[in-house]
Structure formats: C-alpha cells, structure tokens
Design a protein around this ligand. Structure first.
Ligand code: PMP
Length: 464
C-alpha cells in the first residue's frame, strides 16, 4: 500500500488527539467565550491547541498531565526557564510591595544601564510588548526626520500595528514580482497605511540601494530583524547589515533593529553584538521580562533626545511597570550572564549536528543555524537567503515534525514553520538528545513514504 506525508500527518494527529482529551474539552469550552477558543489567534493550531498547566525549568506539563521538554518557550520568551528561582524571588518580593504606580522605580535604572552595556546604546525607555516597541521606533523615525516612508523587509513580522502589517505571511503566489513586491495590507489595515511602506527583500543590498536612490528624500528609516527569525532563521550575509548602516546614515534615515526575538537570546548583546553593527534604535521584548509582559527601545543619545526634548512623547500607563522591571533586573543581572550563552550554544550545535546526521542517514537534505539559545534545522535542499526562498520549504514536513516531536515528549512552536527551538538555561545535552532521536524517527517516517524527492522538497504543503 502506498503512503504519503499526509498519511503520516493523519496518523500522528490521531495520536496527538488521543493524548490531549483535556485540551480538547477546554478548547471546546473556550470557543463559547473566546473566538477560536484561544487567547491569541497564533495559539490556534492543528489538530487542537494544547492547554498548559504549568512549567518548571526546561519542562512544561499540559492540561492532560503530559510532560514535555519545552523548546517553544512561549515563542522565544522563556530563555531563563520556567519559574526561574531568581525571577520568582524578584517578582514575589515586588508583588508584596505594590506592582503599579505609573511613577518610575529604581529597578528601571539598573535595567536600562544593563541594556546600555549590552547593546552599546546609552538611552532606554520601556513599553509592554514587541508591537509597542516597533511602533515607538517608527514614530521616532518620523518625529526625527519629518519624513513619512518606512522601509521594511519582505515577509518580516514586527508586531500587529498598522505600518508593519504589510507584506507578512504571504504565499509565493501572493508576493508579486521580485522587483515590485506586493504591499497588500494585512486584514484591518487601511490601504493608505500600506502606501507609506516600501518593501525590499532580506539580504539584498542592491534593492535597498536602488530604493533609497529613488525615494530617499522621503524615507524616515528602515526596520529590520538583523537575522530573520520567522523563516527558519536566516542570517544576514556578510556586509549586508554594514551596507544598510551606511546607506541609512548617508541618507539621513534611521536604522532600526527589531531584536524582539534575537535580543538577549542569540548573544549577550543580541544580534547587535553578534554582527558588530550598531543601529540607531533597538527594539526588545520577549526574553527581557523572563515571562512577564515587557518591551523596550534603546537608542543613541541623539535619537533619544527626541524623547527628552518632547519631539516625541513616548508614553504608556504600564511603561516601566515595577513587576516587569523587577523581573528584567533578575534576568539581566542574575540569570543571562555572559557565560550562559556559550553553554546553550554548545547544546544547540550538538542538536543541529545530530539532527542533520539523522536526516542525512535517510537521504534527506537539511540546513540549520544556531546562535546562542536559538536554533533551527529545516528539511530542505537549499539554504534560503530571504523570505521568498524560505516559502519553498515544505510546510507539511514542518507540521509532521511538530506532531512527532510533540507525541514524543518535545514541545515546539505549533506548525513548526518558524525557528525550531529556543533553549533555556535549564536545558541539558540529554534534552537535546531527545530532539535528535525524534528527528531520526521523523526521517525514517518520511523515508518510509512513497514521496519522491520533488514531493519532499515541494513548495508549500499545508498552511496555517
Ligand atoms: N517583532 C518580532 C521580530 C516578533 O517576532 C514579534 C512577535 N513574534 C514582535 C515584534 C511582536 O511582539 P509582541 O507579540 O510582543 O507584540
């Protein structure tokens, strides 16, 4: 009897459902009071969103009592591990002393100073999410330059505010011609906003240079994830970030690094330190709060003077919230120390090598990237340089990997399309071995189907 990757998905989804009866019941109950039965649309996943009960260190337990090694890390947040004792202690202390005043608390100075040291940018302000951080950064670009146009990278995600909700999550057919990429706005975003955005592909300095030559007088700035993290991890090619630094500076435009995912995660000083290019502004969120909602923007004295002199009012009731500041202080000064990055990267490198070997044993090509706590291994016959090329990855295989890892005690981000793993300070080599074993089984499963090479390395597959 012939079998396909879809058959393997059907079989694994049946196992998944048999292990998650309580999640299914909660999901059904939730649909009566929450659209889609989830608290954020990105928690929706096939065959059912998994409801979590608790987490400690590198592990989470779902509502059915299944224990997993957690590599999802709440979309890359929990680099300190779940219920990290330092963060718990700091937050518990703060809770008993009051959690909100809308007036600054001393912890904020420690956090800002620690970030200044890591990122080489002297001035910091706080907000409450990655979305708020990139929104503030774009407002600052405009307030400083008096220009309206914002350049963003094709396919990059920077949060859910209007200006960055253009050119995300598109299929290959929707992207438009390479030299004139589609700028269709996301649902709920006015076309007028999309008209103020320009799109260039990642790793293409020539395209950015052409755009700046044509419209530079109107360009307020360029926002970029210095390493694309929503596309299986795509690093910048040598010279690319330096080229953008030079281009924006010569044009009097601002360069913004969205380090919401990379900051404090890929290296001690984020991608800014890793690649040795300092932008005008850095956006942070996710890992900074150690599991508490957070956000921050850091900038040069010159750029941030636009806030101190009132050209831009950077505001928010919860900005610098004492609970977040207490957690962030513990994260920065007690947990994510310079030596923790090398230890995590060693585990990641062993995982990457083990997974690549297990796939190769079954004749499957793959590529991978590891930096600090982050890593990815993707079954594909080419290493993509940009989002378009990443869309050629077979998403059915990514989903099959998610299901197989999950059914064998490893929690990764639903759908498996994004980066494959975020480690924490609590993960061990043994935890990494489980991923490798599961990947070996994935490889054997794919090899046992009748799929041809062109089907395995097929464009698309299923979509989220
Ligand atoms: N920027 C990047 C690079 C992100 O990955 C995300 C979230 N995945 C955001 C911004 C938005 O962050 P938040 O969900 O905290 O608003």
């Amino acid at each position: 009897m012939s079998s396909t990757i879809d058959d393997a998905i059907t079989a694994e989804e049946a196992i998944f459902l048999s292990r998650t009866a309580r999640s299914r019941a909660l999901h059904e109950q939730a649909t009566e009071v929450m659209p889609g039965g989830v608290t954020s649309s990105w928690s929706s996943s096939r065959p059912v969103p998994v409801w979590i009960d608790r987490g400690v260190g590198a592990h989470v337990w779902d509502a059915d009592g299944n224990r997993y090694i957690d590599y999802h890390a709440g979309y890359g947040v929990n680099v300190v591990g779940h219920a990290n004792p330092h963060v718990v202690e700091a937050v518990q202390r703060r809770v008993t002393e009051g959690t909100h005043f809308a007036q600054p608390v001393e912890d904020a100075i420690v956090v800002a100073a620690a970030l200044a040291e890591r990122f080489g940018l002297p001035q910091w302000r706080f907000c409450n999410s990655g979305t708020e951080a990139t929104m503030d950064a774009i407002h600052l670009m405009r307030a400083i330059t008096g220009r309206d146009l914002v350049v963003k990278i094709e396919g990059s995600y920077h949060g859910h505010h209007d200006l960055v909700n253009v050119s995300i999550w598109r299929s290959l057919d929707d992207l438009g011609p390479v030299d004139n990429p589609s700028r269709e706005p996301g649902a709920g975003v006015a076309t007028a906003f999309a008209e103020l955005v320009r799109i260039v592909p990642f790793n293409d300095l020539d395209a950015a240079t052409r755009l700046f030559a044509e419209e530079g007088d109107d360009i307020a700035g360029l926002i970029i994830e210095p390493m694309m993290m929503n596309a299986g991890i795509i690093p910048p090619e040598p010279g690319y970030l330096e080229g953008l630094r030079d281009l924006t500076r010569r044009n009097g435009s601002l360069l913004v690094f969205d380090e919401v995912k990379t900051g404090l995660v890929v290296a001690w000083g984020g991608a800014t330190e890793l690649f040795g290019v300092t932008p005008d502004l850095v956006c942070l969120a996710k890992a900074l709060g150690g599991g508490v909602p957070c956000g921050a923007i850091g900038g040069s004295d010159e750029v941030m003077s636009a806030i101190s002199d009132g050209r831009y009012d950077q505001v928010g009731t919860f900005n610098g919230n004492p609970l977040t500041m207490a957690a962030a202080r513990a994260v920065l000064t007690e947990v994510l120390l310079p030596e923790t990055y090398g230890a995590a990267e060693e585990i990641g490198r062993a995982m990457l090598a083990g997974c690549a070997e297990a796939l190769a044993d079954q004749g499957l090509e793959s590529y991978g990237v590891v930096h600090g706590f982050k890593g990815s291994v993707v079954v594909h016959d080419q290493r993509p340089a940009n989002y378009r090329e990443f869309l050629e990855v077979n998403t059915a295989i990514c989903h099959l990997n998610y299901l197989m890892q999950h059914n064998r005690g490893v929690f990764t981000a639903p759908w498996g399309k994004s980066e494959s793993w975020t480690l924490s300070v609590a993960h061990t080599m043994e935890d990494g071995d489980r991923v490798i074993e599961n990947t070996a089984e994935l490889a054997r499963t794919i090899a046992a189907t009748d799929s041809t090479e062109s089907e395995i390395f097929a464009v698309g597959g299923i979509t989220a």
